[in-house]
Each structure stands twice: as C-alpha cells, then as structure tokens.
Design a protein around this ligand. Structure first.
Ligand code: URA
Length: 422
C-alpha cells in the first residue's frame, strides 16, 4: 500500500478496506507512515466519517498495536467505567471502591487531565504518598484482594492510539466521533475488562456539546464494545453545569470522601449510584444495592484499603492552597453556573496543565457555595477560587466572567441522566 492512496480513498468519500486499515495503523505505529500523512487521513475521517465496519476494524488494529490484558481468571467478575470527561467529574473515586465493596473487580486504568477537564490520577496524587504506577502483577493482586485499583495505564496498551491522539491534539482532529470512539474503546478493550459502562457527557463542559452528537458517540462506542465481546452500556449524562461543588484535585478528593461517608452533594451521589447499578447489573450482581454499601461504611472501608495499598495515607490532611479569593453574586436572583467557565478557571488556577510535562497544584481549584437554581442575594459568596500562585486570580476571574449569571427567573432544569444506550 501507499499512504497517499489510503488518504485519497477517504478524501473521496470511499470506504477503507480491512487490509488498508490494518496496514496504515501498523505502518504509522512503526514510523513508516509520516505524521503529515496520518494527519491528513485523520482530517479526511473527521470530514467524511467512517462506516461501522471501518471504525470496528480501526479499533481492532489499534488494539493489535500493543499488549492485551486479560482479567477473566480473577475470582470476581471485572467491570470498568469510562467517562468522556467533565468538570468536577470525580465519580471514579467513590465509584471504584463502591462497586468493589458490592462484589465486582474494577480495573480502572486512568489518565491525567489535559485542558479544562481534570484527570483521575492528578486528583488521587493529592493524597500524600499515593502512587499511580503499578506493575501488572500488582494490579492483579490488588484486584484479587480488594477488588479495586485505580492506576496509570501500563505503557504498552494501544500504542497506536497514544501516537495518534497526540497528533490529533495539535491538528484539529480530536472532535471526530469515529476517532474519539476508537481511541477510547481500543484502550478499554485492550485493558481486558469483561463489562464496561460508559458515561458520555453532554453540554458546555463536555467534548460533545449537543445531545444528538453525544448519543451518536455513545451508540458508536456501545457497538464497538459489543462487537469485541465486551458487555457495554452507555448513559448520556449532563455536563452543562459542574458535577458536585468542587473542581480541582484535593478539593475533589475531599468531596469524594464525603460521598463515601454517606454524604456529599445530591447530583454526585445520584450519578455514582446510577453508574454503580449499571456496572453491577452488567456482571450479574443486580441483587446488591450500592446505596446500602455507601450507608453502612463498606464503600469507605474499600476506599481506605485501596488508597493504603498504593502507598497513600487515607487519614493524612489533604493539601490546601495558600491563597483564596471569593467571588460574589452580582445581584439578587437565581444562579446558574456554566461547566466550561468553572473548568477553565480551575485549570488556570493551577489544577490542570497546558503541556503534558507540567506539574499540577494539588490545592488549586474552584469551590462552589451555590449551584444552578439556588436563590442568591447580591454580595453573597457564590464560589471560592484556590491557588498557590495568586497572580493567576485575574486570569481565572476572566474565565468565570459571564459564567455565573443571576436572573429573576430560575434557569431551566436539565435532567442529570439524558439517555441510556445499549
Ligand atoms: N479521550 C480519549 O481517550 N480519546 C479521544 O479521542 C478523546 C477523549
């Protein structure tokens, strides 16, 4: 094959053959297809799409570029969750120990944040001593003993995706449904889970702002999982306003621990339970009610053991930012809070990074004192900004400007769960 012929096929709205797809992914991973050629092909895919067969083959080729794990021999059924990413989306933290406490094994291989959405590993690293990197035997042992592990993906899962994602990031080709779906699902299928629950976000703080696009992404990923023999369901959930009341690493750990202690904000608890029930049902454990495990402390016990097993001290005080700044309501009325505005502010305060090698601040972020629909009075604090670097306040305040309107009428309510896709 010649790369230019593969590019021309997709440019002219043709369908790529299995052999073309296998070749181009393999040759790109080996360095025989140049970055500019892959970038051109990615743009052709973004503009002209892919058929179900093409996305499925593309995903298989990316899985075949690296190692494939297998957790089918564990004493518990394995089930994983993936969220397409949102602001304040710390659900993995309470969810993994909760589902483990209910009898499943949760191999949660996670990533770091880039841009305005946070990363699970960055959040957990706010806990003194906690380590993200585990070897495969350590992952297996922890899944067998405790049922939950949240750690960095081992280096050899879907290397083609690692390379392609970095290229898409700088060539305007991230926002293509076939490329997003194959990227996420190649990693999840290679990870070897027997069942998968996808939390596809929709709204201003999500990749996909429109419900129809989010549902299409969910459908594409569910089909890919099903075709690969992984029991897969998706729920499309709201990301037009932040989840819970915090965005930022240590702030989100604190809020997750509140949920595990049986408290926490209602929306965060609801999403955690919706996803826990889907995960348990997917592996035949639907007789167990996860709400009981939150109420009676079993989920908290599983969290403490999971954190300690990875070197963390669950009782250590969490880092606190050195500087805070309160943002006040401009008028009397009803508050709305935009997810993207809060996500960008938290990122600018130091909770996120703009280059892969940057360090994040554990204490930085945004803490909301009021949420969408709350009645507020002029001058009342609606949020506190946290950072170690106070010169960033101005930049963060520009991000929230216009992002927390106060109006005479309450904002329209949006459901937390929009749709379920199987
Ligand atoms: N997350 C991924 O892993 N890949 C994408 O393409 C988008 C989000």
């Amino acid at each position: 094959f010649a790369a230019v012929d593969v590019i021309r096929t997709k440019r002219d709205r043709g369908e790529l053959s299995d052999a073309q797809i296998d070749w181009v992914i393999d040759a790109y991973t080996r360095g025989d297809v140049a970055e500019e050629q892959m970038s051109s092909l990615a743009m052709a895919v973004l503009l002209n799409g892919m058929t179900r067969r093409e996305v499925s083959r593309w995903t298989s080729a990316m899985i075949a570029s690296g190692a494939r794990l297998d957790f089918t021999d564990l004493p518990r059924p394995s089930v994983d969750k993936h969220s397409t990413g949102g602001v304040g989306d710390k659900v993995t933290l309470p969810l993994a120990p909760l589902v483990a406490a209910c009898g499943a094994a949760v191999p949660q291989l996670s990533g770091r944040g880039l841009g305005h959405t946070g990363g699970t590993l960055d959040k957990l690293e706010a806990i003194p001593g906690w380590r993200a990197s585990l070897t495969l035997p350590q992952i297996r042992a922890q899944l067998t003993d405790l049922g939950a592990v949240i750690c960095a993906a081992t280096g050899d899962l879907a290397p083609a995706d690692k390379k392609l994602y970095a290229l898409r990031d700088v060539t305007g080709t991230v926002e293509a449904i076939p490329l997003i779906a194959s990227s996420i699902m190649s990693k999840k299928i290679a990870e070897g889970t027997s069942a998968l629950v996808l939390d596809v976000k929709t709204g201003s703080g999500a990749f996909m702002k429109e419900l129809a696009q989010s549902v299409e992404l969910a459908r594409t990923m569910v089909d890919l999982g099903t075709d690969a023999g992984v029991e897969t369901v998706a729920v499309v959930t709201d990301m037009s306003t932040p989840l819970g009341r915090t965005a930022g690493n240590a702030l989100e750990v604190r809020e997750s621990v509140e949920v595990l202690a049986g408290g926490g904000p209602a929306d965060l608890v609801e999403i955690t339970l919706v996803l826990a029930r889907e995960m348990l049902a997917a592996v035949g454990l639907d007789a167990v009610d996860p709400a009981d495990a939150l109420a009676d402390g079993r989920a908290m016990d599983a969290w403490r053991r999971m954190i300690a097993a990875q070197g963390g001290d669950p009782d250590a005080p969490l880092p606190v930012a050195r500087h805070t700044h309160e943002v006040l309501a401009p008028a009397d009325g009803f508050l709305d809070v935009d997810a993207m505005a809060v996500g960008v502010a938290a990122w600018r305060l130091g909770a996120g990074r703009s280059r892969r090698e940057e360090a994040v601040q554990a204490g930085a972020g945004v803490e909301l004192h009021a949420v969408r629909g709350d009645a507020v009075r002029a001058g009342q604090p609606v949020m506190t900004l946290h950072t170690d670097t106070p010169e960033r306040f101005e930049w963060a305040l520009q991000a929230v400007e216009g992002g927390f309107p106060v109006t005479a009428e309450p904002p329209a309510a949006r459901p937390l769960v929009h749709q379920r896709v199987t």
